[in-house]
Design a binder for this molecule. Structure first.
Ligand code: F6P
Length: 327
């Protein structure tokens, strides 16, 4: 046990993700279990600067495990990235006697946390919370599984109408910089093709598909397009493909922010609780500057510097599965 940790602050930052509440609940209750004071910081780093810091008790996290979003709310704060902002944030947490922070968010949130830790010697543990699953060092992020299930549910519904009308649908899936959601959802909903930012030649391959009489094989087609696809999203892809789409009855559907909401799946509740518990234990054992990841179903400690700097790569062999399934 690290006797210097007597009080922990929790914040959620960046885009919200289903399962963040389950993680907050786990951190609060684990801290209380080990006789550590715990504080919730509202609106991420913004709340740290504006002193939106409140003591949390066990009942504050009752009945939140099943709720989407984050009860602590979230924000993106430019102010925190300034020397002045960080100094105010530090003064606020010192006044509350907080000596460690658990930050739930994506790599941008971890970047802020790492800077802050370097400057002021605050103990920091990160939990990967983003639907995009684009954080190095963990097989999965909190919210990814729920978002996948939401996407699949939506695509199944679109498939019904697509096949009734013999239409081709280009469905845009979230993922500003990464195609993890698109790839896995594509496999799970039986998409005819996917377009993701990680694969440059995607569009050309897709044109080949079309030229090879792709249409004749199927009455309806579902093409998933990652938001971050290089052409610039589903509408742009359709514009680019226009000359090759004659004869197809094409529709575009943008799934949008429904992908970020909703009650977390069993798996997201499970990993969030496991990671939240581990975050507190890690701090109490003297760890700092780490992210709790999940690898092969076990929690692991990943240096935050690595989680920030190393780019998580897509398993491109999974792309072949999509092609095989469309034989
Ligand atoms: O949470 C990650 C993410 O969903 C990205 O895939 C998406 O580009 C982004 O958030 C959109 O976030 P916002 O609407 O908050 O700008």
């Amino acid at each position: 046990m690290n006797p210097t940790i007597t009080s922990i602050g929790i914040l959620t930052s960046g885009g919200d993700a289903p399962g963040m509440n389950a993680a907050i609940r786990a951190i609060v209750r684990t801290a209380i279990y080990f006789d550590i004071k715990v504080f919730g910081i509202k609106h991420g780093y913004h709340g740290l600067i504006h002193n939106q810091i409140e003591r949390m008790r066990s009942h504050d996290v009752a009945a939140i495990i099943q709720r989407g979003g984050t009860i602590l709310k979230t924000a993106r704060s430019k102010e925190f990235m300034t020397d002045e902002g960080m100094q105010i944030a530090y003064n606020n947490i010192k006044n509350q006697g907080i000596d460690a922070l658990v930050v739930i968010g994506g790599d941008g949130s971890f970047r802020g946390a790492t800077e802050f830790a370097k400057k002021f010697g605050i103990h920091i543990v990160g939990l990967p919370g983003t639907i995009d699953n684009d954080i190095y060092g963990t097989d999965v992020t909190i919210g990814y599984d729920t978002a996948l299930n939401t996407i699949i549910d939506a695509v199944d519904k679109i498939r019904d109408t697509a096949s009734s009308h013999d239409r081709m649908f280009f469905i845009e899936v979230m993922g500003r910089d990464a195609g993890f959601l698109t790839l896995r959802a594509g496999i799970a909903c039986g998409a005819e093709a996917i377009l993701i930012p990680e694969v440059d030649s995607d569009i050309n391959k897709f044109i080949e598909f079309l030229e090879n009489g792709f249409r004749r094989k199927k009455s309806s087609n579902i093409i998933l397009v990652a938001e971050g696809e290089k052409a610039g999203g589903a509408f742009e892809v359709v514009k680019k493909l226009q000359p090759y789409l004659t004869g197809y009855d094409v529709r575009v559907s943008i799934l949008g922010h429904i992908q970020r909401g909703g009650s977390p799946t069993a798996y997201d509740r499970y990993i969030a609780t496991k990671m939240g518990t581990e975050a507190v234990k890690a701090l109490l054992q003297g760890n700092t500057g780490i992210m709790i990841g999940i690898q092969n179903d076990k929690t692991i400690y990943v240096p935050l510097e690595k989680a920030i700097k190393i780019h998580k790569t897509i398993d491109t062999s999974e792309l072949e599965i999509i092609n095989i399934m469309n034989v």
